[in-house]
Design a binder for this molecule. Structure first.
Ligand code: SF4
Length: 361
């Protein structure tokens, strides 16, 4: 995505729940290190209470509830309760799955009918998943979704887009789904992938990627109550950073999301990409806070590299405290993304005098 180009996903219209860390398989690229050995899952009473808060936020501002994990279909009865509650609260419910349950098309249709509140599924398949889950399962799940009129897409991970094995998976997929329904993501060398996939597998560059972030609009809630800006590699960090919004055991969802609306670091990444922060650090003579190399075309790796360094985070915190910078970002959101909420909240809380004819410099 080019700098300044409007994003497709509006801010805070979609929120995710990590319903479980359990999964039938332990893929080498899994950033949350899900697997059969994991026992942690979102408590049902937490999930239902948080869905109530999601549905109530700003009178129904959030439209989509994305259920992910781990493997949400690990426990279909539990998934049904969570999905039914989301749908009953007026949310469009989607789920991410590896399709392990789609042993045949009739069986896949049976499972999807059980969780009929789920109206969209995102199927994960790639060379990692296919080590344990045959491609036929994905084919069965797609056929079942088509038969039941459930929207679907397919997510594929790879370390590099010129990898022949990745190209082979794409070719398989293109035989059964339109290429527009297949989304590729670069595998991040964090979580389990940090141990199992070496950085030498990637194309790297001294230059950061130019694109803006396209996925920082949809926060994700963890079983322990943490709310993080996205399901990107920053979820692997354990220290405080600007993309870690807060914890639902300490604050309400409304407090956490309203603070996210005025988070200048997050919105810099959404409007201009991490490259903007990197150039501000360079202008300030702080090259010592920057990584030496970036994974080619991976906006998330550049973002992660900034957040992973506590000294860089301290510098970003100072930047976030600068009222003039916050104002600039708020106007940039209006100018590039047609988003007014940050300006409105700054006017309400900080006495900002709105100048609607002014664009960002
Ligand atoms: S660029 Fe950063 S905020 Fe955006 S999706 Fe990637 S890790 Fe998340």
């Amino acid at each position: 995505m080019a700098e300044g180009e409007p994003l497709e996903m509006p801010f805070l219209r979609n929120i995710g729940l990590i319903v479980t860390y359990r999964c039938q398989v332990a893929c080498p690229h899994c950033i949350i290190e899900a697997g059969p050995h994991r026992r942690e899952e979102m408590q049902l009473h937490d999930a239902l209470a948080w869905i109530d808060q999601i549905a109530a936020y700003r009178g129904g501002h959030i439209k989509v509830l994305s259920l992910t994990g781990g493997e949400p279909f690990y426990d279909v009865a539990r998934l049904k309760v969570i999905a039914d509650t989301g749908a009953a609260r007026g949310l469009l419910v989607s789920a991410v799955t590896n399709a392990f349950w789609a042993t045949s098309q009739p069986e896949a249709e049976r499972v999807l009918r059980r969780v009929s509140a789920i109206r969209m599924i995102a199927l994960s398949t790639d060379t990692y998943h296919q080590q344990s889950i045959p491609f036929a399962r994905v084919r069965n799940a797609i056929a079942a979704a088509q038969a039941l009129d459930i929207a679907y897409n397919v997510a594929v991970c790879t370390e590099r887009e010129d990898d022949p094995a990745y190209r082979a998976v794409l070719a398989q997929l293109h035989e059964i789904v339109h290429p527009d329904l297949v989304n590729t993501a670069i595998t991040f060398p964090v979580g389990r992938a940090a141990e199992r996939i070496g950085l030498d597998r990637y194309q790297t560059s001294e230059t950061p990627p130019i694109a803006a972030c396209s996925a920082g609009s949809a926060p994700i809630i963890f079983p322990d109550g943490r709310v993080i800006a996205c399901i990107g590699p920053v979820i692997d960090l354990r220290h405080e950073h600007p993309l870690c919004y807060g914890n639902l055991r300490e604050k309400t969802l409304a407090e956490i999301l309203d603070a996210a609306e005025v988070n200048p670091i997050l919105h810099t990444i959404r409007v201009w990409g991490p490259r903007k922060l990197i150039s501000l650090l360079q202008e300030a003579g702080r090259n010592d806070l920057l990584p030496e190399r970036y994974i080619q075309d991976s906006v998330c790796h550049a973002c992660y590299s900034l957040m992973a360094n506590p000294d860089t985070v301290a510098w970003l915190d100072e930047l976030a405290a600068d009222r003039a910078y916050r104002e600039k970002v708020a106007y940039a959101r209006l100018y590039y993304l047609q988003e007014t909420r940050m300006l409105e909240l700054m006017a309400e809380r900080e006495g900002l005098q709105l100048q609607v004819s002014r664009g960002p410099s």
